[in-house]
Design a protein around this ligand. Structure first.
Ligand code: SF4
Length: 978
């Protein structure tokens, strides 16, 4: 019988039918121990005492009793709700399933959610604070107390702050987990030390959206769309994977068409109505051909374009002799994209013009129900990749499908960030190691250039923290990272806050154990539909103990070993940095209820939920709970639903008192406070309006909220790009990629190195044994035509892939799911540990040797993954040995000169492996990596040359941790060429 994809509703209907049939036969239908049929989620009223049958006791019906406690999955950025099933007898978590009360994930999870139990019970996890006992990277460790670690770190940080070396402190974060907690801690220290992974992830995608709407992420209303256009592997593994995938599925059930632009036949592409497999880097040309089609056939939303695009600003700036009328703009628009015919896009992309025309017709028919998304994928792969998302949003903006039902919203309208109990001021310093002058428009910190900046002598780090981050493994050019992390002159003290061993933690001075998703506190909210929710990640055993009437004052009291959580760690560390409060730091980590005492996480979140989440206190009170108790019990709260077109909201009359209006209609008020905690700060003051806050924009004579851009409108033409050195790219356009065919040698192909596997995420999921069994290797996808061309025989053969700075050796996988001229390799695999080092990610770790050869670093496999002895008998059952190859080590850095994004795609040569090559071999010349870095750096247009106003960066652009206004000033004696 063919398998069926059943909705939960259909499953429930069938169970009901089976029940009726069983009862009609006079037999007893067993509904499940809790008397709720198996197709339903446990109703929240039964979460204190949920009963299930023990599967191990089968066929006996032995019942097990659970307390169900919500938390949030931490295995990707989607933040799906989980329910921990805590055994009432043992007091231990037995499994994780979905939380039906979570508005984003609605009870559903991908494989990685339930696998949280593997991480919790991982026999290789780090349980106690460790300090290295030999030279850095020698593998010697000693167990120390938390007090020893805290005192040592506090002393260093205090000294750096009091000696004016604030820029020698850096906290480098992979996955934040919480909106703004660490930024707030660093601000309280007066340190501009936040670093992120975003420029190796999503900066390209973000920049394109930000230049349009002042907000850097799209929020497609997939569920109500007529056409869904994805430049990503969304259904399979893309951004907000499970919450979006279930809504895309919902839309498809209602007849929506799905268009997927992906060079690789991903699982997502295999579900598409239209799969476009373009040459990498040509995606923006396709988008522009579709946009041109909408323009020349006049099937764009004229009213929307007239009201909301900044066409008047564009005409004023770029066409001074032309009357500033919409008709004049339309006449210019009609010719702007003349070259982007379907034939041109076909020549660039390799997709035939007829197919592109057919897709454009489907798009044209979507009207305002056109939902789109692009995130990593092409925007993260190519030089100029940010124009992929900018041209994608051009289609939405032409259709008027912005903040409409079934359209695409600015993400901040579908996200809720509550105010914390204390808000420290912006730090007064500027961290040039993260925000260098060369990249004034960089979307985020230039994190992946840090080793090169340290090697250049631009600064040093006294104390460098990493958390949920593995820079040696995750970044390109990881061996340059290793070189600086082992150099104590460049990095004085290296601290890894981590639950597990990693390629980077091995080189740390302190390894401090932090909790997994069910062992820590965070709040978070993500744009997953047209609504806003806020959720609490929590240590579930702490919640259980409190539900049973016990008092828990420190999360270490319930976590395994001495595993802690970062929030309590940061509070404690801040107190030790400033024990008497004289540095002004301690005040931001003190209790409000008990002045002079330490802030607790209960007070922190209790205050937040009571004071800055509208509706939550009332909802909690209706059940006799306080807001924190309510959140601990249910995990997530929907704040609003159906936000709609916030840009159309009229500015209240009270806010219009004492306003001034610019010639182009931007309305400024001198009233400093924002109207509410969840209103996104509006855009930039124009130069003559500094100090006054924009509150709206005049549209057809009415002051409306508008968008948080400098103009208050959607910026078809970006005054920021024009003024900051990139006038030729101020309109949505097409930049030929560094891997465009014109930039490749005849024997080169493009390597796509960015795609995810649905059952692994970076380094966080590797310690989950179920996931390791599902996915543990990353062969190189090769089209049979390329295999024949390069003499590669069959699937499984070893191939050598030569990059700019070295090579890697991997197995070939022949497939027609990749276009000829392109090869692909997932970035998840190739985890390694140095021979003699800690085991790390058990089922995914290869043991390697690393040494310097005449041409640079050589990494060779000493032992493959395989069965091993541990407290978990499953570790003796590992049946696989191939754990793939760590290709990122062989990639040089490619900073996009505008967005700052690392452009991941590689121009490579492939050939059959040499007789002495072994699977997983790596060779890297870090001197060549330095040359490539300098070559790409030379493409930048530094603020010292292009800044129009003497600042380092446009103040309206987002920064995770924004310094005070005075820190934006260009340094007086700054190097002219930077
Ligand atoms: S890993 Fe899966 S379950 Fe967890 S947050 Fe991401 S999509 Fe949701």
């Amino acid at each position: 019988m063919a398998s069926e994809n059943l909705s939960l509703e259909e499953m429930a209907r069938r169970v009901s039918a089976a029940r009726a049939a069983t009862e009609a036969r006079g037999e007893t239908f067993y509904q499940g121990a809790s008397r709720v049929h198996l197709a339903a989620f446990p109703p929240k009223e039964r979460w204190d005492d949920w009963v299930e049958l023990s599967s191990r006791a089968w066929p006996a019906r032995r019942e097990r009793r659970y307390m169900l406690v919500p938390t949030t999955c931490f295995n990707c950025e989607s933040a799906c709700g989980l329910l921990a099933y805590v055994d009432r007898e043992s007091g231990q978590v037995r499994k994780f399933e979905g939380n039906p009360e979570h508005p984003g994930s609605r009870g559903r999870n991908c494989a990685k959610g339930p696998a949280t139990i593997n991480q919790v019970t991982d026999p290789d996890r780090i349980l106690y604070p460790l300090r290295r006992s030999g030279p850095r990277g020698s593998g010697g460790w000693e167990r120390i107390s938390w007090d020893e670690a805290l005192d040592a770190l506090a002393a260093r940080i205090r000294a750096a702050i009091t000696e004016g070396r604030q820029n020698e402190i850096m906290v480098h974060i992979g996955r934040p987990g919480e909106d703004g907690y660490t930024e707030r801690v660093l601000a309280s220290w007066g340190v501009d030390g936040h670093n992120s992974h975003t420029n190796v992830c999503s900066s390209g995608g973000r920049a394109g959206f930000q230049f349009w709407m002042g907000i850097d992420r799209p929020s497609p209303d997939h569920a109500h769309a007529k056409v869904i256009y994805l430049i990503s592997a969304h259904l399979e593994s893309g951004h907000y994977f499970n919450p979006h995938a279930q809504r895309i599925t919902q839309a498809r059930e209602n007849g929506a068409k799905v268009i997927v632009v992906d060079t690789r036949l991903s699982n997502t592409a295999s579900h598409a109505d239209y799969w476009l497999s373009p040459r990498p880097g040509s995606e923006a040309a396709i988008n522009l051909a579709i946009a041109r089609h909408l323009i020349v056939t006049r099937r764009y939303d004229r009213a929307f374009v007239r009201r909301w695009w900044n066409w008047a600003e564009y005409l004023t700036a770029c066409h001074p002799g032309v009357p500033v009328t919409f008709e004049a703009f339309e006449a210019i628009l009609a010719g702007l994209y003349a070259e982007f015919t379907f034939e041109f896009a076909a020549a660039e992309s390799g997709i035939d013009a007829g197919t592109l025309a057919a897709v454009a017709e489907v798009v044209a028919g979507a009207g305002t129900r056109f939902a789109c998304h692009s995130w990593r994928s092409a925007a993260a792969g190519n030089l100029g990749g940010w124009q992929v998302s900018r041209t994608l949003f051009l289609i939405s903006a032409l259709l008027g499908a912005v903040a409409t039902e079934g359209g695409t919203f600015p993400n901040a309208w579908n996200k809720f960030v509550p105010q914390p109990i204390h808000v420290p001021p912006h730090p007064g310093v500027w961290q040039e190691l993260s925000w260098p002058l060369e990249y004034p428009l960089a979307q985020n910190e230039m994190s992946f250039l840090l080793p090169h900046f340290l090697a250049d002598g631009r600064g040093r780090l006294d104390t460098y923290f990493i958390r949920v981050y593995n820079p040696v493994w995750t970044n390109p050019d990881g061996l340059s990272w290793m070189e600086v992390l082992t150099d104590e002159d460049k990095v004085g003290c290296f601290v890894a806050l981590t639950p597990t061993w990693s390629e980077s933690a091995y080189f740390a001075d302190y390894v401090l154990p932090m909790g997994h998703g069910s062992e820590r506190h965070d709040t978070h909210s993500y744009e997953q539909y047209d609504g806003q929710w806020v959720a609490l990640r929590q240590p579930v055993l702490r919640a259980v103990r409190e539900r049973l009437g016990e008092t828990v004052t420190d999360t270490r009291q319930v976590n395994p070993g001495e595993v802690w959580e970062e929030n309590e760690f940061w509070i404690e560390l801040s107190w030790r940095i400033d024990p008497d409060g004289s540095l002004g730091i301690r005040q931001y980590h003190e209790s409000r209820a008990r002045p002079g005492e330490k802030l607790t996480v209960d007070e922190y979140y209790g205050w937040m939920f009571a004071h800055s989440v509208p509706g939550l206190p009332e909802r909690a009170a209706a059940e006799g709970l306080d807001p924190l108790q309510w959140m601990r019990r249910y995990g997530a709260f929907e704040v609003t639903r159906g936000q709609g077109a916030l840009h159309e909201q009229e500015v209240p009359a009270a806010e219009l008192a004492d306003t001034r209006v610019s010639p182009l209609g931007r309305v400024y008020s001198s009233a400093a406070p924002l109207p509410g905690p969840n209103i996104v700060p509006l855009g930039a003051p124009e130069p003559d309006e500094v100090g006054r806050r924009p509150v709206g924009v005049i549209v057809d004579g009415v002051a409306r909220r508008g968008f948080p851009t400098p103009s208050g409108r959607l910026e078809f033409w970006s005054s920021t790009l024009a003024a900051w050195g990139w006038p030729e790219h101020a309109l949505p356009g097409y930049i030929r990629s560094h891997v465009h065919p014109g930039n490749l040698a005849p024997d080169q192909v493009v390597l796509l190195s960015t795609f995810r596997l649905p059952t692994q995420v970076h380094t966080r999921s590797a310690n989950a044994k179920w996931l390791d069994e599902l996915a543990h290797t990353n062969p190189v996808w090769i089209h049979p035509a390329d295999a024949a061309r390069f003499g590669i025989g069959a699937t499984g053969d070893l191939v050598r892939v030569d990059t700019e700075i070295g090579h890697f050796v991997a197995r070939a996988w022949m497939t027609e799911g990749i276009r000829p001229g392109v090869v692909a390799c997932s970035h998840h695999m190739g985890r390694w540990r140095l021979d003699g080092g800690p085991r790390g990610a058990g089922g995914l770790t290869t043991t390697v040797g690393l040494h310097r050869g005449s041409g640079g670093w050589i990494m060779e496999r000493h032992a493959p993954a395989g069965p091993y002895e541990s407290a978990d008998p499953d570790s003796r059952r590992i049946w696989w040995s191939d754990t793939g190859v760590h290709q990122n080590l062989t990639f040089a850095v490619h900073p996009d000169p505008v967005s700052g994004m690392h452009c991941w795609h590689q121009a490579v040569r492939i050939r059959p492996a040499a007789p002495d090559d072994r699977h997983g071999d790596i060779a890297v010349d870090t001197r060549r990596a330095r040359e490539v870095y300098r070559r790409w750096l030379a493409q930048a247009r530094p603020a010292g040359r292009v800044s129009p106003d003497g600042t380092r960066r446009p103040r309206w652009l987002m920064r995770p941790l924004k310094p005070a206004a005075e820190a934006f000033a260009l340094p007086a004696a700054g190097p002219e060429d930077r």
